[in-house]
Design a protein around this ligand. Structure first.
Ligand SMILES: CCCCCCCCCCCC(=O)SCCNC(=O)CCNC(=O)[C@H](O)C(C)(C)COP(=O)(O)OP(=O)(O)OC[C@H]1O[C@@H](n2cnc3c(N)ncnc32)[C@H](O)[C@@H]1OP(=O)(O)O
Length: 240
């Protein structure tokens, strides 16, 4: 396992090395900033394979894409800058309209999509709307290291939160995390692929109770288990 992780790291660094000749981040950000601040923003879908994806991740992705063919599962597209109609719900709820229009948010992007390919969070989420459950395929890159060679617990918590959010949104629409409880049972090797199975356990008014487990691709290792409480936003309330 150590060897495959090292090989994975090596190929990621090679990928990064190839990009060293390209303009550095600050210059790269300029077009993104312009794109985000105009109406004509191009919304790339980041929940699709890229060269940093391991064989395991591509294989699982293909398997789930097959499950999507009969309509029982659907792949969730993912933008760097929230671009679905749902983001309007959050803006209405939380933000001063002047802040939305102004420079303050011009560089905002989804936390989990803020890394170059392969270095941070590589993931795709599939929803099963009838069964109120989701599967998140996640490969954590070298910038997410905690103890040497393993994923940072905060990175796992982040992915669990994102997976939960998608699961709760099936029934709740615009939701926010109120509570997360995670039991970390085994450390996750850096650059490996894990599968996060989430499900809605209970719906009680605006409260959505969810749970998940995080397993290795062969399902033999249980890395983490978690529960969460999400609250459906009440459009009559505003936090500002
Ligand atoms: C578009 C692109 C997407 C992009 C997709 C990206 C997905 C990323 C997912 C990331 C999600 C996040 O990071 S979210 C960010 C982290 N979370 C937050 O910042 C949330 C901060 N908290 C809040 O703003 C608020 O507390 C809310 C919105 C959660 C709830 O406020 P509220 O709407 O006023 O509701 P409130 O009346 O207080 O509570 C409703 C009911 O829930 C219960 N309740 C509330 N909080 C708790 C709690 N912690 N533990 C137990 N119970 C609780 C109350 O007792 C009540 O029960 P009863 O009396 O009805 O029985």
């Amino acid at each position: 396992m150590l060897r495959s992780c090292t090989a994975g790291l090596r190929s990621l660094w090679a990928l990064r090395g190839r990009r060293e000749g390209a303009p550095r981040l600050s210059a790269d950000l300029q077009p993104a900033r312009r794109l985000f601040s105009t109406e004509k923003a191009v919304h790339k879908d980041w929940a699709l394979p890229n060269p940093s994806w391991s064989k395991d991740l591509k294989l699982l992705f293909d398997q789930f894409m097959k499950k999507c063919e009969d309509g029982s599962w659907e792949r969730l597209p993912s933008c760097k800058h929230t671009c679905t109609y749902k983001s309007e719900d959050f803006k209405t709820y939380f933000l001063d309209p002047q802040l939305v229009e102004g420079e303050g948010l011009s560089q905002a992007q989804l936390f989990t999509r803020g890394f170059e390919d392969g270095l941070g969070f590589e993931y795709v989420i599939f929803n099963n709307n009838d069964e109120k459950r989701t599967v998140c395929l996640f490969q954590g890159g070298p910038y997410l290291q905690g103890i040497p060679g393993f994923l940072h617990g905060g990175a796992i918590a982040t992915m669990i939160d994102v997976a939960f959010g998608s699961c709760a949104a099936i029934s709740g629409g615009a939701v926010m995390t109120a509570n997360l409880n995670i039991n970390f049972k085994r450390p996750v090797p850096l650059c490996s692929v894990v599968v996060i199975h989430s499900q809605l356990d209970k719906l009680e008014g605006r409260k959505l109770f969810v749970s998940c487990n995080v397993r290795s691709v062969d399902e033999k290792t249980l890395y983490s288990e978690a529960t969460g409480l999400f609250i459906k936003l009440d459009p009559k309330k505003s936090s500002t």
